[in-house]
Ligand binder design. Structure first.
Ligand code: 3H9
Length: 702
């Protein structure tokens, strides 16, 4: 049965798209639309209304079709058929009209929307551009600037805002949308309103600054570094203003096809689906009911505890923070109030909202006060003895059924669970700093964590707008375990000849949000130094992999906060400059290890750093620490600044060729020894058999 149906309601032909879950413009929908438009031209209808069933208007092209051979009719042609209809056609938007959904609405002659609806062109988030007239029709209605803002930001706007910029003609109360839209169409018929084709409109009200387009090009060259879709978007919108519609459409089509075929878009589309997959845990029995979480307690009001607390207050949930003494508690609460005030000052939230959120977070110094909490998250010092103390106390005071979580980055959560008599209620909730901003949440499932607890926290993570990924227990879980290998390799490259500035530049040029040594300076060399002191010599590994940060720490160069670390920082502006004396320190320490430093090419730096991540990623996958390769990609893209347009380390490995990746790792093993460069057995087997990660996962799914 076609997902597009058609019926006459009195003199109005109503076209309904019903293609759950989000009414994407799949091949069947495109065929159905063309069929009903043709049918409607010849029947008794006097005008047409396009609506959608289910929770939303059309949320865009079907993204899963982009990697497959294209099938006619293509969307631009479908939308031309709609626009060329001889009968007036009106779109009625509820939920979200996104991408191709907006383009469909813009091809209609008039547009109504529910007051709760949102309208957006998010193609840029997928490394694409609106490819069905969006870059040509939007500026014809809204003007170049509003069109560029909408298309380049990829962020949806409200129905009212869309009306302000002339994309929508009428906004109705959500519950009356269908009835009001029908009345709107009837009125158009009664008043003999003409067919009004967007392609024939001229946006003439706007004064265009001669530098407008170049300004956008420059801004987005910085904002979306290395990505070419934003640059092509500007070209297309510029063409919309300068050329006839048909010519602009040709330019848009060529640019869209270029984007669709690109590795950048493939990576971003992979991450789109990976993010949604990650929220699903494979072996949870269907229908496992979540527990109710209505109040949360946080142990530790430091930077991490405070950031975690804010996540819950942000969605209206009361939080109690516990500290060992009143002074630390007051300091923690004051810090949170300051952050909320700052958000209000910047206009991100209203002053009332800031006060309401601040008021949701209260404090205590007594464990007894946590007896009613549904969820407790511990964010105290990383020491197993301290955790033992906390969890023993929690076990005593918390009500039955309370979920007890640790925010540990490295410690053994199975061991922590044993400090309680309710191991099935214990798990890891690993937030990333700053916890109120970073999207990733590693959910660490210990051996005994119950299905019910896992179901509860996965749902809760979505509620607090995090991107959850399940990890199993091991040193560093998914993210930090990989990070350790990456950081080790950074240090080895320094000792062997690379400079801090070179390493950071190579990684940033490649697309990482920050260079690894900039990150180290920002996080503070004291933090990592102290963490190292808790490790045995064996755990610390090769001294070459931590000697430089040890020396810098001992010199008091602990990063940005001390004004120097791997770099020097201007006390006023915090501007970073390379410090030749650090190069001298590296040279001296390398000599102490008997290493003669040699210049290292950028290519080698990049290879060693990315391959160290990839090899560990495969080990994590083969050990079952991560459920799927794409979960590892989500961890790295959402928590560690890996460029999404490269799809994450595992996707990147697959697109580079697993055989090549394996050969390169073997070559490093042969040069540098097996201590760090033993290839993952899974990687070896895939490289040797030619199987892809996807194929291996499917084979192992049963
Ligand atoms: C485009 O339109 C190009 C055109 O300009 C030119 C063409 C020539 N396709 O996110 P959810 C799936 S590009 C296929 O969990 P929510 C999703 O994977 C497109 N599948 O729900 C998930 O599947 P599963 C521009 C899609 O309520 C399920 O639907 N449009 C698509 O949190 C539910 O999704 C976009 O970029 C799709 N377009 O959020 C919009 N969309 O259940 C992308 C969703 O198996 N979509 N699915 O995991 C979204 O932003 C959100 O899905 C939306 C709903 C806000 C709509």
């Amino acid at each position: 049965m076609s997902p597009v149906s058609y019926e006459l309601r009195e003199n109005i032909g109503v076209i309904t798209v019903d293609n759950p879950p989000v009414n994407a413009l799949s091949h069947a929908v495109r065929v159905g639309l063309v069929d009903v438009i043709n049918q409607a031209q010849a029947d008794d209808s006097q005008a047409l209304l396009l609506i959608c069933a289910g929770r939303t208007f059309i949320a865009g092209a079907d993204i899963s079709e982009f990697g497959k051979p294209p099938q006619e009719p293509f969307l631009p042609d479908v939308l031309n058929a709609i626009e060329q209809s001889n009968k007036v056609i009106v779109a009625a938007i509820h939920g979200q009209a996104l991408g191709g959904g907006v383009e469909t609405a813009l091809a209609c002659h008039y547009r109504c929307a529910a007051d709760t609806a949102k309208v957006g062109l998010p193609e840029v988030n997928l490394g694409l551009l609106p490819g069905a007239g969006g870059t040509q029709r939007t500026p014809r209605l809204a003007g170049a600037k509003a069109a560029l803002d909408l298309i380049l930001s990829g962020k949806p706007i409200s129905a009212d805002k869309a009306k302000d910029i002339h994309l929508i003609d009428a906004v109705f109360a959500a519950q009356d949308l269908e009835a009001q839209s029908l009345a709107y169409v009837k009125n158009l018929v009664d008043t003999n309103a003409p067919v009004r084709r967007t392609s024939e409109q001229v946006s003439d009200s706007e004064e265009i600054d001669s530098t407008l387009f170049d300004d956008y090009r420059k801004t987005y060259a910085k904002k979306l570094r290395n990505q070419f879709a934003p640059q092509l978007i500007v070209d297309c919108v510029e063409a919309a203003l300068q050329k006839p519609f048909e010519d602009g459409m040709k330019i848009e089509r060529a640019a869209f096809l270029q984007c669709r075929a690109s590795e950048q878009s493939a990576g971003l589309r992979h991450i789109f689906f990976a993010e949604r997959q990650a929220a699903k845990i494979k072996d949870l029995p269907r229908g496992t009911a979540p527990r109710k979480i209505q109040s949360v307690a946080i142990i530790g009001a430091g930077l991490m505890g405070g950031g975690i607390a804010m996540n819950f207050a942000n969605v209206g949930m009361p939080v109690k923070m516990l500290e060992i003494n009143q002074e630390s508690l007051d300091k923690g609460l004051a810090n949170i109030a300051k952050i909320y005030q700052g958000m209000a000052t910047k206009g991100r939230i209203s002053a009332e909202e800031a006060s309401a959120r601040t008021a949701l977070i209260s404090g205590t110094t007594s464990y007894e006060d946590l007896s009613e909490a549904d969820l407790v998250i511990e964010a105290v010092f990383e020491s197993i003895d301290v955790k033992k103390d906390v969890f023993t106390k929690l076990d005593k005071v918390c009500k039955p059924g309370a979920i007890l979580a640790t925010n540990t980055s490295y410690l053994d959560i199975d061991q922590i669970a044993q400090f309680t008599n309710r191991a099935s209620d214990v798990l890891g909730l690993h937030f990333f700093s700053p916890a109120h901003i970073m999207q990733l949440l590693e959910i660490v499932r210990a051996d005994k964590t119950s299905d019910e607890v896992m179901t509860t926290v996965m749902a809760l993570a979505r509620q607090i707008k995090k991107v959850p990924v399940q990890a199993r227990v091991c040193y560093g879980f998914i993210g930090n375990r990989m990070l350790r290998q990456y950081q080790r390799e950074v240090q080895m490259c320094l000792i062997e000849g690379a400079t801090p500035a070179q390493i950071d530049k190579v990684m940033m040029d490649w697309g990482m949000a920050m260079g690894p040594l900039m990150v180290a300076d920002l996080a503070g060399l004291d933090i990592s130094y102290k963490a190292r002191q808790a490790l045995s010599d064996e755990q610390k590994g090769d001294p070459k992999s931590y000697r430089i940060p040890d020396v810098l720490y001992e010199m008091g160069r602990i990063g940005q906060k001390s004004g120097s670390g791997y770099y020097i920082y201007d006390p006023e502006t915090k501007a970073r400059t390379a410090d030749p004396s650090v190069d001298d320190i590296i040279e001296r320490e390398a000599a102490n290890f008997g290493v003669t430093r040699q210049p290292m090419s950028d290519e080698v730096v990049l290879n060693r750093l990315t391959l160290s991540l990839i090899n560990e990623g495969f080990k994590i996958l083969e050990e079952g620490i991560a459920q799927r390769a794409s979960d590892i990609d989500v961890v790295y893209c959402f928590g560690y600044g890996f460029p999404k347009y490269r799809g994450g380390p595992m996707f990147f490995a697959q697109s580079r060729g697993l055989d090549k990746v394996y050969q390169d790792i073997c070559a490093y093993r042969d040069t540098h020894g097996p201590m760090y460069w033993t290839p993952s057995k899974l990687l070896q087997s895939l490289a040797e058999t030619g199987q892809t990660i996807d194929e291996w996962e499917k084979e192992n799914a049963s």
